[in-house]
Design a protein. Sequence first.
Length: 193
Amino acid sequence: MLTRDNIVKLLDRYIHTEWLRLHMRESEAIMIGVASELGEDTVFWGMSGLLHDLDFDYVNKDPSRHVVEFDNILKIENLEVGRDIPEDVYHAIKSHYEDHPDIKQKRESKMDFALAASENLSGFLVACALVQPDKKINSVKVESVLKKLKKKDFAKGVNREYIYDIEKVGISLERFIQIALDSMIEISDEIGL
Ligand SMILES: [Fe+2]
């Protein structure tokens, strides 16, 4: 099974865009926070967050190839699902882009719903932090995140429906935002917020 060190080395090889790497790190932190809340496996849930966009630079951020070509990287790296990456982590990674017509995995498990929600909320919270006077994640409050989610023209690219689907794992939206903020505050130095 891939260790976190192995994953960091993979990121060193495949991720060359600073914001993307930070986004994957933030997604990992939020997934660990959600896993802790639910009593799920923090190692595997964290792994799904840290790995989920591994192919995004590889496909030059082309949405039509994103997540589809994750499998090519596995092949190149001689990584096997089931041996090196748990089946459920792989499923979560693929299904976080279930809107793609060539991706057959749909969000089904708690990890699937949590990953799609967490990676979308990660980007949204960065946008919320950047409009604070001090640009700090610590200044972002749950109430203001809830309000901004309703503003369609704020952080337009973020899929709100995937965030709201966190309720399917048994966590309220408010609680989820609080967990995500706490998780990102813990790594605020690392993510520069
Ligand atoms: Fe992502």
